[in-house]
Structures are given as C-alpha cells and as structure tokens.
Design a binder for this molecule. Structure first.
Ligand code: PAF
Length: 287
C-alpha cells in the first residue's frame, strides 16, 4: 500500500517497510525517534505520550492499530471507537511527524503463526479475567517495535500491567528500543482518561469517580497504619457502594513483578479494575 496524506498533512504509512524507511531516514540524519503505539480514539492521555516522546527524542511517530489479538471473544473489538482522520489531526497538532496505520491483513497476513508470550506477569491482575489479552499485546508490540526500530517507545502508566509486561519483553528479547512510561492523565475531577470512558452514561461517569477516590483513600489508610488487607477490603466496599459491579481486583502489588503485597514496600502500586455498568475501568497509583 502507498502512503497517503490526510487533511493537514500528517503523512500516513501502512506497511512495516515504509515505517522503517522513514524512521531510518531520520536516524541517518542523527535524529532520535520516539514511537507511540496506540489503538486510536485518541484523548489527551495519548497526546501526552507524544509530548513525552518528544522530550526524549527529536521526532515522534505514532501508530494506530486496533489489535484484534488482544480482544477476547466477548469484548468490544467491533464497537471500539475508530476515527483515523480525527486522530491524525490531533497528532499533527502536538508535533507528531508520521502515523503508522497498518490494516489487519498487513499485521496478520494469512499463515501468521507466531505469538510472543511473557511468562508469569500476564497471569496476574487483568490477565486473570482477560486470558490471552497480554499475549496479544506482547505480540503486536513486538511487531511494532521490530518494524519501527525507534530509539524510544512510550506507553501510558494507566495500563501498568501492560507497561510491566512490555518492559520485561523488551529486556528479554534484546529489543534496542528504550521503553518509557508516561504518567496517567486525569480529568479535572481525577478520573483517568481512557478511550472506554466514552461508553459511560452521565450517571456512570459520575459514579466512576469512586475508582480514583477509593485508591487515594486506601493509600491514605495504609500510610496511616491500617493493615493492608483491611484497607483493600474497605476500598473495594467503597467501589461497590458507589455503584460499581464486579470488582476484578483491588490489590497492592510490587510495581515490577506485580506480585501481591501484604505490607507497604518500595515501588509498591495500588491497582484496581472494576465494572461500571458494562464498561471495565482500570486505574492505579503509586503507594
Ligand atoms: O495500550 C494500547 O493502546 C494497546 O494495548 C497497545 C499498546 C497500542 C497495543 O495494541
């Protein structure tokens, strides 16, 4: 497929070879390149990834690919919001220089048979309720990193488990791209930005605020000396009280290994995932 220019001129490439050519050309000029992988439906959180990339590199390249391999059979692949032209405008405005937007047949042509699986980490937290999800993420991210061969790649800390898995994979596979985490961007009231917030009704959006509030209250309680198990149970009750349905987890875990912690420790992270109506929301904060 050939390159096309969407409105306002952000160039789009649709094949790994075209992406690599562009990135190599910049690198030959002595420029460092940052890759920002996304699934589109871009909000301020994604645009912060581009800005973070530009703090570490001279050129930012974003990718948009709604990766079917990371969606379970009953998940929202079909209704996942898609707006490539709108996304391209947003990316251009924050200084992104190139969009890589391959189609499914390019990423997974007939006969595609490889999977990247990081052992252990994908079985915890979100992985318990989304079997196979992180294998799909690791596979597509390995492909994107390998195609781009950028100097850095930026991922949001909202998907803390995803970031931990990608760091592990990049280290294990000697991928020469430095993985950079970017702090969560929140709405003024504290709700973490997510493309899936668009699914929330006004009432659900108001109730969803209990998620960051419960994490903050739990951190305060733990820092004030409350036993971790009791503080986590209180946090979970707070979510239920606010109208959340099933709470997939509300845990204190090591930020790198993601193993559950029964007591505060350096690098610990409070992480939660819960259903608001039919929308699954995740969030996390440092202890
Ligand atoms: O975080 C996301 O948007 C996706 O999981 C990613 C990293 C782009 C892989 O599809």
């Amino acid at each position: 497929m050939t390159d096309v220019l969407p409105p306002k001129g952000l160039p789009v490439v649709r094949t790994p070879a075209a992406l690599r050519d562009r990135v190599r050309a910049w690198q030959r000029e002595g420029k460092r390149v940052a890759l920002v992988p996304t699934m589109g439906a871009l909000h301020a959180g994604h645009l912060a990834l581009v800005t973070r990339g530009l703090a570490q590199a001279d050129v930012a390249v974003a990718s948009i690919f709604v990766n079917p391999k990371q969606f379970g059979p009953n998940e929202d692949l079909e209704r996942y919001p898609r707006d490539e032209a709108g996304d391209a405008l947003k990316l251009a405005r924050v200084g992104c220089r190139l969009l890589y937007a391959p189609d499914v047949a390019t990423m997974y042509p007939p006969g595609f048979a490889s999977f990247v699986r990081v052992a252990g980490l994908p079985d915890l937290l979100c992985g318990r309720v989304r079997p196979g999800h992180f294998d799909g993420v690791a596979t597509v991210v390995a492909k994107l990193l390998s195609a781009a061969q950028a100097d850095v790649a930026v991922f949001g800390e909202k998907d803390w488990q995803q970031l931990a898995i990608i760091r592990r994979m990049a280290a294990d596979l000697d991928i020469g791209t430095t993985i950079v985490g970017c702090a969560i961007v929140r709405d003024a009231d504290g709700l973490a930005l997510s493309s899936r917030n668009a699914y929330l009704s006004a009432d659900e959006r108001a109730r969803a605020l209990a998620l960051p509030q419960a994490l903050l209250a739990t951190r305060e309680a733990i820092m004030a000396g409350m036993p971790v198990a009791a503080a986590l149970a209180a946090g979970e009750r707070r979510l239920k009280g606010a109208g959340f349905g099933h709470v997939d987890y509300f845990e204190l875990a090591d930020g790198e290994t993601l193993h559950s912690l029964g007591a505060p420790a350096p690098g610990a992270r409070l992480l939660a995932a819960a259903m608001m109506g039919t929308t699954r929301l995740i969030d996390n904060i440092a202890l």
